[in-house]
Write a new protein. Structure first.
Length: 225
């Protein structure tokens, strides 16, 4: 398997830090909602993120069902911490602290677990257990070394572009919705490193949402018919 230098930096040395016997480095995962043409902007509401004159906010909502909810609950149960972009962090912070139902796995995880915010503009963060990250590319390895399970990215289009361009993501969970929008922020942009992917899991919800889980499988290979 081909290893890219940036990916090796992202994975760190694999050696246990002092005092962490039996340690294993956590995995950086990203979970995001996508249209068929790869748009990830503003899935949950018309005013969620209208930047760039985006007028299709809320495109996910007609396809939400119990299957999607159960899958997302399982995702959040795997989290040990979160790495979020500024906009996603502020969006989450305006809503989830108000959800106090201890039986809600999403609210419970987000309100309790560490949240690392990749930003150069915020001066402070007030949501419980939140810290600022100023140099996310160089800090990913350090952050992953703090955890044994998943350091999860959700949404965070700008942050995702940076992580993908530096080949730092270990696992992708992509929920692909049967809708095409033609414009909006996309997950895989111009800076994406060519890569092969290994399919780990696939399923389809009752409303036709395809849920695919991939991990990186080195560089692409090529052939000819």
């Amino acid at each position: 398997m081909t290893r890219y230098p940036a990916r090796q930096r992202g994975r760190g040395t694999g050696r246990a830090p002092p005092g962490r016997k039996g340690w294993s480095m956590g995995r950086l995962t990203i979970t995001t909602f996508l249209t068929l043409d790869g748009v990830m902007q503003a899935p949950g509401g018309p005013q969620e993120n209208p930047s760039g004159h985006f007028t299709h906010g809320g495109w996910l909502v007609p396809y939400a069902d119990a299957d999607m909810g159960a899958f997302m609950a399982r995702v959040f149960e795997k989290a040990e911490a979160f790495l979020l972009g500024r906009f996603t962090y502020q969006t989450f912070a305006s809503y989830w602290p108000k959800v106090t139902d201890h039986n809600d796995p999403v609210a419970t995880a987000l309100n309790r677990l560490p949240k690392h915010v990749a930003t150069n503009t915020l001066k402070t963060v007030e949501w419980n257990n939140s810290t600022l990250v100023r140099d996310v590319v160089n800090d990913v390895s350090r952050l992953k070394s703090q955890y044994n399970k998943e350091l999860q990215v959700h949404g965070s289009a700008g942050l995702a572009q940076t992580l993908i361009a530096k080949d730092l993501i270990d696992e992708y969970r992509l929920l692909i919705y049967p809708v095409v929008l033609g414009r909006g922020k996309r997950l895989f942009g111009a800076g994406t490193i060519p890569a092969a992917m290994k399919l780990l899991d696939s399923r389809t919800t009752s409303t036709g949402v395809t849920i695919l889980t991939f991990e990186r499988a080195g560089a692409p290979t090529y052939g000819s018919f």
